[in-house]
Design a protein. Structure first.
Length: 302
């Protein structure tokens, strides 16, 4: 079972300006092969299929709790895409189109028109090409070492692509998102390395960081590392999953500090609301009308 908290894991800044092509690039972190949908569904599926949940409890718990955190990561990526789609209009705007004839025409030249036509506009479960995420991205072999090795590779590929999106999209909301995901994905990358080491004795941590750029070099990440966010593995349950500290222990390869499992959950921050978009009939053409309906529903509930 999952408990849902109506907050983002991390506070995102306001976007500089509306940036649909930036939003299309960030889609890779949602529905790309190495995106958050992939980390979420790989670890979720592996936890469902796990054989030996009691005998290999620390490994089962590690995969399960990282899966729970990834659910919050897809939420953060969606919030970033939506922030870029709903941000303030760019200052140097081209000749405005007559809104009475084609109110939605501003969206015709964006990279991913699907975000606008199907999404209203909103995030999609797609990569940066607009190709839908697929279950073919899930690897769940039933062999623990192979699955952990895959997960280490997945987090390493994810780290590379986050760094590329960081360098591609010049907006504070994207820098903050990628800065945060680099720190948290780094925890997961190291956790899978530590898990592999406990089973095989191979010093997987010596391969880190992949790519070979210290996370501290990213200002948005360094700010979080100064708060110790890179040392914590969150236990997303009030009562269960008590043994993953047998794997998530020892030192962090970046700075040698002690890592630990924590019962505290992230402080969290408000979710993003794109507001009313009458050109897209979202949530409806006439906002006053839907407000009236909502008020009636609210009155009926009393
Ligand atoms: Mn993640």
């Amino acid at each position: 079972m999952y408990l849902r908290i109506d907050k983002l894991q991390f506070e995102l800044p306001q976007p500089k300006e509306k940036n649909p092509n930036g939003a299309a690039a960030v889609q890779e972190l949602m529905g790309g092969r190495f995106g958050e949908m992939s980390t979420l569904m790989n670890y979720t599926t592996q936890s469902f299929n796990f054989r030996g949940k009691k005998t290999l409890k620390p490994y089962y718990e590690l995969i399960s709790n990282i899966a729970a955190e990834e659910l919050g990561h897809i939420e953060l990526v969606a919030a970033t895409i939506n922030a870029l789609l709903a941000g303030p209009d760019p200052k140097e705007q081209e000749e405005p189109v007559d809104p009475t004839t084609s109110p939605y025409s501003y969206a015709q030249d964006v990279r991913n028109t699907h975000q606008f036509i199907a999404g209203g506009p909103g995030s999609m479960v797609q990569d940066s090409r607009g190709a839908p995420w697929t279950g073919d991205n899930v690897f769940s072999s039933g062999n623990l070492v192979l699955d952990l090795l895959h997960n280490f590779f997945l987090e390493s590929g994810a780290r590379q692509q986050k760094l590329r999106v960081y360098e591609m999209v010049d907006d504070p909301v994207v820098k903050a998102l990628t800065g945060y995901l680099l720190v948290r994905g780094g925890v997961h990358q190291i956790a899978y390395a530590k898990a592999l080491e406990t089973i095989t004795g191979v010093a997987v941590e010596k391969m880190l960081p992949i790519p070979n750029i210290p996370t501290q070099k990213i200002p948005e990440s360094k700010k979080l590392m100064d708060q110790g966010i890179h040392l914590k593995l969150y236990r997303f349950s009030p009562t269960d999953y008590t043994e993953m500290g047998k794997i998530w222990k020892g030192t962090h390869p970046d700075d040698g500090q002690e890592v630990f499992v924590t019962d505290e959950i992230p402080d969290g921050a408000p979710t993003v609301d794109g507001g009313h978009d009458s050109a897209a009939f979202a949530p409806e053409y006439d906002m006053a009308e839907i407000m009236e309906i909502a008020q009636k529903l609210h009155a009926n509930m009393k």
